[in-house]
Design a binder for this molecule. Structure first.
Ligand code: C2E
Ligand code: MG
Ligand code: MG
Ligand code: MG
Length: 283
């Protein structure tokens, strides 16, 4: 009967909900201990200059190496970390790790290269956030000009407050990038008020570039707008040579994506540095 079927569907649904809830609870508890158990890792994805194809920077991307589940991508735990507030210590750990690593590579003799670190709203909105960044720069000896902080439009909803924090960060000498640009719903007017250095064109516009005249128009417009606003511009999620060709024609400065490299472990990034950009003084 229909009633029976409804009842079955309800049971299925509620079993599904229960499973999802207990999975969440499990991850939440595990994440609590992930930092102290040293289970978090930072991967680095190369950013490449379109003109000379050289490494221009890298983005630090967190991973969770769970003892039972293996490597868990951020999409599966960042939301939980944000909701529980754990994103604050986790984000701080990523920032410190990326700065330390950057210094270490410089000390090993590699040419200095910019590293970009993602910030979540919860971190950015903490009263002592700028002091935290300042402390990490001091503690690690990281030169601020090689550090770029990535924020999203949704982090900047309180424009007045965001503007103040960004200016305070700029005073430290770090760079600011807007991540996932073009996917937020905020007005464009903030672009002239915020002290920004770079726009990162969201991956969703790069995907289907070949098939979608709309995406081509949007990407071309973002690139020329960035130039007119005197901002640097990088395209995320570049996977094919066609995409790269189009971006080159449009005079996009930099790209990041699987076409050049997936995010790499620290060890693989070190091999990448060794291979592509041989150490000065070592042949
Ligand atoms: P995001 O900051 O926009 O980072 C770029 C994401 O795109 C990365 O996913 C990267 O692996 C992926 N990607 C890069 N090139 C390509 C490509 O050619 N094709 C495809 N399909 N994907 C590509 P990932 O590492 O899984 O990170 C996802 C998101 O998690 C990040 O997006 C960022 O929003 C967040 N995240 C990562 N690390 C951190 C962190 O330390 N703190 C915070 N707050 N968020 C982080
Ligand atoms: Mg990012
Ligand atoms: Mg992005
Ligand atoms: Mg993102």
């Amino acid at each position: 009967s229909a009633k029976e079927r409804g009842k079955n569907a309800y049971h299925k649904y509620s079993a599904h909900m229960q499973k999802a809830a207990s999975e969440r609870m499990y991850l939440q508890n595990e994440l609590n201990r992930a930092l102290v158990r040293n289970e978090l890792l930072v991967y680095y994805q190369p950013q490449v200059n379109v003109t000379n194809k050289k490494l221009s920077g890298m983005e630090a991307l967190v991973r969770w190496n769970h003892p039972k589940r293996g490597v868990i991508p951020p999409d599966q735990f960042i939301t939980i970390a944000e909701e529980t507030g754990l994103i604050v210590p986790i984000g701080e750990w990523v920032l410190r790790t990326a700065c330390k690593q950057n210094r270490e590579w410089q000390e090993m003799g590699y040419a200095p290269v910019r590293v970009a670190v993602n910030l979540s709203a919860r971190q950015f909105l903490k009263k002592d956030f700028v002091q935290t960044v300042e402390g990490i720069l001091r503690e690690t000896g990281m030169q601020p000009e090689y550090l770029e902080l990535e924020v999203t439009e949704s982090t900047m909803i309180d424009v007045q407050r965001a503007t103040q924090t960004l200016y305070d960060l700029k005073k430290l000498g770090v760079h600011i990038a807007i991540d996932d640009f073009g996917t937020g719903y905020s007005s464009l007017s903030y672009l002239k008020d915020f002290p920004l250095d770079r726009l990162k064109i969201d991956r969703s516009f790069i995907r289907d570039l070949k098939k979608s005249p709309g995406n081509r128009a949007i990407v071309a417009t973002i690139i020329s707008m960035a130039k007119n606003l005197d901002l640097h511009v990088i395209a995320e999620g570049v996977e094919t040579s066609d995409e790269l060709d189009f971006l080159q024609e449009q005079m996009c400065e930099e790209v990041q994506g699987f076409f050049f490299s997936h995010p790499l472990t620290k060890e693989d990034m070190e091999s990448y540095l060794k291979e592509k950009f041989s150490k000065p003084g070592i042949s």
